[in-house]
Design a protein around this ligand. Structure first.
Ligand code: FES
Length: 154
């Protein structure tokens, strides 16, 4: 089945169930099944829900959890909230970004790793913090960055 056919099949399930407010659940379903929301899904969704492409795109871009590119093999979510910023988060971000070869908010071109922002992990007293593939890492320093980089390159 092609990606477009897969997307259309998911859309058909939602539209035929006559569900009101289907956009968000539909976007979640597409991302769950395909791993991301391909740009080609936008016109299909807009046509099915009788809304503009701009509305669909606006919702996708508003929520940071929606991906428009295939997910990387490893995802590092670095906390950018106040407490972690006060503990050197900006310098950690720069060093991590340099080590991994990827800018914040992007995936590396080889698909190995993505660096994403997150806003508080509830570990404020032991920051700066990150989630590395859903595993919390606290008190990130240069040594921790080296370990994280080695882990995601393995
Ligand atoms: S501010 Fe970073 S964990 Fe709360």
């Amino acid at each position: 089945m092609t990606q477009t056919a897969q997307i259309q099949s998911i859309i058909d399930r939602f539209v035929h169930s006559d569900q009101r407010g289907a956009l968000l659940p539909l976007l979640h379903e597409i991302q769950e099944e395909l791993g991301f929301i391909a740009p080609g899904a936008v016109p299909l969704i807009a046509d099915a829900l009788l809304i503009s492409r701009a509305e669909v795109h606006g919702v996708i871009s508003f929520y940071p959890d929606f991906r428009t590119e295939p997910p990387a093999r490893h995802v590092i979510k670095l906390c950018r909230a106040e407490s972690c910023q006060a503990r050197g988060g900006a310098a950690i971000e720069a060093e991590l970004s340099h080590h991994l070869g990827v800018a914040m908010g992007h995936a590396r071109k080889d698909g190995q790793v993505a660096l994403e922002p997150v806003y508080c992990l509830g570990l404020c007293a032991i920051g700066p913090n990150a989630m590395v593939d859903d595993r919390p890492v606290a008190r990130i320093d240069s040594a921790a960055i080296g370990r994280i980089a080695g882990e995601v390159e393995a």
